[in-house]
Write a protein that binds this ligand. Structure first.
Ligand SMILES: Cc1cc2nc3c(=O)[nH]c(=O)nc-3n(C[C@H](O)[C@H](O)[C@H](O)COP(=O)(O)OP(=O)(O)OC[C@H]3O[C@@H](n4cnc5c(N)ncnc54)[C@H](O)[C@@H]3O)c2cc1C
Length: 464
């Protein structure tokens, strides 16, 4: 359907004529007016103008802390608790209005990796503060009834014997995380995007945040990068690895998780997801590309969300499934893989497969590598060590890496990026940041013996 635009006389397509594909292109080209369905023509922006806009900024320093943790996902929440418990005044900064990272915002409601999924799995490889967090989830009744992860052994999470995976209710997770932070005395700042690091040469001295309060600086002795994407490290100029750089491996896909409600009582089992009564979380449409590119992300959100709606409507047409409905879509599409920051040591795929042990081990990852040569690879050992050096970025001071951006090849990344190893790494990064701040040293100078002893006192499992 065409109509003439009165302003320039050029034929313009209405939204109906543009169709979904055209709409995606239009949105990426800046004509997002079509989002609301208004069939109006939008003038393209002028191509003329300066190539860069020069800003002069003077940013007020509004707070100072011993430790600042950037990003309130599984790794960041545990890191902040660990830093306070280790004696450091700590601020946790999160861009969203709630905590939980991809587990909650991305609706990935299954904490994987408390032990190997298959034998040998006797050792619970993640304990300490992550296990305390699970106990809080249990106390709130926030553990799922059933999930679709194959298991060979029975463990009872309610008794503190944590199995390979713990399915959870994302609303309970939000509350459980607030509870453990509050109990520990962590300071929290929500609705704040960490836009850049504060830098003194190659030393990170705090972070710049953007929020409704404007652009502000928050000074810190040590910053822990728990943004998942390694935003602080990359902003400080830390070199990083990723599938694009190596050119050898495919980037792991993005996936739009979703929750269905109204599952009929006739349906038994997990319904290919993580189930709580008549609600189930499932894996939805996928997208490819570099999630550090906002246009790629925008297209991924549009494509997968439109597909998801149709998918659910199709499900509802199945006999007996009329009661199903789309209960919830995530705040943002789930991003599996972006930057892995280059650290003092790069954990290799061989380290992971052989289950190599390190004298500076600060966590263990036993989670399988889900896409190793296209298959779910289960370790023949109880888990590989993560050395402290993988948390220390090369060249950059004042910064500890944590969560899925630590220094490793893609094999160990596939394993350790899961939320439970990410929490264990968070436990170590929080302790390391607190020790560095207390001793007035850089993270690369932290006394690793003291760090490991501290982790053991806080009941972390490092296989001493
Ligand atoms: C589709 C999918 C399926 C998965 N399946 C599983 C599974 O079954 N089980 C499992 O355990 N793991 C799974 N994972 C992996 C897991 O969810 C992530 O790797 C894990 O959450 C990483 O933890 P993190 O704390 O490092 O980062 P995230 O969970 O990404 O947390 C980062 C936090 O930092 C915040 N943040 C980011 N940038 C900024 C910024 N600049 N300023 C302020 N805040 C910021 C984010 O909002 C977020 O809260 C899956 C991942 C995906 C995408």
């Amino acid at each position: 359907m065409m109509r003439r635009d009165k302003r320039d006389g050029q034929p313009q397509k209405t939204l109906a004529a543009v169709g979904r594909r055209g709409f995606v292109r239009a949105a990426l080209g800046g004509t997002v007016a079509g989002v609301c369905g208004a069939a109006q023509a939008v003038m393209p922006g002028s191509q003329a103008g300066p190539r860069a806009y020069r800003e002069t900024l003077s940013t007020p320093v509004v707070e100072r802390h011993r430790v600042v943790v950037a990003g309130g996902g599984p790794s960041g929440v545990i890191a902040a608790v660990a830093a306070v418990r280790s004696g450091a005044d700590t601020l946790l900064i999160e861009r969203y209005a709630f905590l939980g990272g991809n587990g909650v915002a991305g609706l990935m409601t299954c904490y994987n990796g408390f032990r190997n999924q298959r034998a040998p799995e006797a050792l619970q490889t993640v304990k300490g503060i992550p296990a305390e967090y699970i106990a809080e989830l249990v106390r709130l009744g926030g553990v799922a009834d059933i999930d679709n992860y194959e298991r060979q052994f029975h463990h009872d999470v309610a008794k503190g014997d944590i199995p390979y995976t713990v399915g959870f209710d994302p609303e309970a997770a939000k509350v459980a995380q607030l509870n453990i932070l509050k109990r520990e005395g962590v300071k929290l700042r929500l609705h704040s995007w960490v836009a850049a690091p504060m830098l003194d040469g190659n030393r990170v001295t705090g972070v710049i945040v953007e929020s409704k309060s404007g652009r502000q600086a928050i000074a810190a002795d040590i910053v822990v990068d728990c943004t998942g994407d390694g935003d602080v490290a990359a902003g400080a100029g830390a070199p990083f690895m990723g599938p694009d750089e190596s050119g050898k491996t495919d980037r792991m896909q993005m996936t739009l998780m979703y929750r269905l409600g109204g599952l009929p009582s006739s349906v038994q089992g997990p319904f290919e997801g993580i189930r709580i009564k008549d609600r189930v979380t499932r894996w939805g449409p996928t997208a490819n590309g570099n999630a550090l590119d906002v246009n790629v992300l925008t297209k991924a959100e549009i494509d997968t969300r439109l597909k998801l709606w149709d998918l659910v409507q199709e499900m509802r047409k199945q006999p007996g499934m009329e009661s199903l409905y789309l209960l919830q879509s995530p705040t943002g599409i789930g991003v599996r893989e972006t930057r892995r920051i280059l650290g003092e040591y790069v954990v290799t795929t061989e380290d992971a497969i052989k289950g190599r042990r390190f004298p500076d081990a600060i966590a263990i990852s036993s989670n399988p590598m889900p896409g190793y040569h296209g298959k779910r690879y289960f370790f023949a050992h109880e888990g590989f060590d993560i050395p402290y050096r993988a948390l220390v970025p090369k060249k950059i001071d004042g910064l500890v890496l944590s969560g899925r951006c630590i220094s490793c090849e893609q094999g160990p990344f596939q394993s350790a990026r899961s939320m439970v190893p990410a929490m264990a790494i968070g436990h170590a990064s929080g302790c390391a940041a607190a020790l560095a701040a207390k001793d007035g040293v850089q993270p690369r100078q932290v006394n690793v013996k003291a760090l490991r002893a501290l982790l053991v006192r806080q009941k972390a499992e490092i296989r001493l």
